[in-house]
Design a protein around this ligand. Sequence first.
Ligand SMILES: Nc1ncnc2c1ncn2[C@@H]1O[C@H](COP(=O)(O)OP(=O)(O)O)[C@@H](O)[C@H]1O
Ligand SMILES: [Mg+2]
Length: 230
Amino acid sequence: MADLAELALEARGLSAGYGRVQVLRDVNLTVRPGEVVALLGPNGAGKTTLLRTLAGYLRPAGGEVLLFGASCGRMPVYKRCRQGVSFMGEERHVFPGLTVRQSLRLVRAQGEQAALFPALADRARHRGALLSGGEQQMLALTLALARKPRLLLIDELSLGLAPLVRERLLDTVRTTADTGVGVLVVEQNARSVLDRADRAYVMRRGEVVEERPADHWRADLDGLAALYLS
Ligand SMILES: Nc1ncnc2c1ncn2[C@@H]1O[C@H](COP(=O)(O)OP(=O)(O)O)[C@@H](O)[C@H]1O
Ligand SMILES: [Mg+2]
């Protein structure tokens, strides 16, 4: 079981950007083991920039990131992976030239792990590049989980995918968290993600403007919409 006293992830006063362009300002955020935390906010709010900074692809200009209770400073991406961080970026992370079966074998996904999505079983001999968007994302999530992460960072889980696929992916995210994995997920469909999340942060213009339990947001979707629109 995960140590619930220890945070899976903490950002403290984090700032980051691109060259001289500052995007993130003083971002404070936590994810506990076993928690699904939604990261919401309009386009351009800085969600992708934040995830990329947490995953180690972008260097913070200020503040710090702590993984599993320890400051990770300038720790490179691969070391964060070794610590148990799995990052699914906006582009679909599948092996385009490998079949589903080969991909699963490569990451040593077996049994239940390999069979997370029954829809993929029918596609065992299809190459990653030839799968539908939904199948690619189901495979990407399967591959990310095969590494047995302790922290999962997901950008735009269901962008462009059918509602049924989105629900299926989100259900898997929830059951994964229930095994003790911390999850930070960006998802455009606020209602769907709030149905499975414990808490949600809303970002605007590079800042976290509000954090509340998911059920508070669900009861105040108008208030949430106002944050997007104002
Ligand atoms: N590679 C980049 N170079 C410069 N500015 C960028 C780059 N990527 C994103 N930005 C800017 O950073 C801001 C936040 O973008 P992003 O993190 O992609 O937001 P979100 O994921 O919430 O839509 C935007 O103003 C965007 O124009
Ligand atoms: Mg984005």
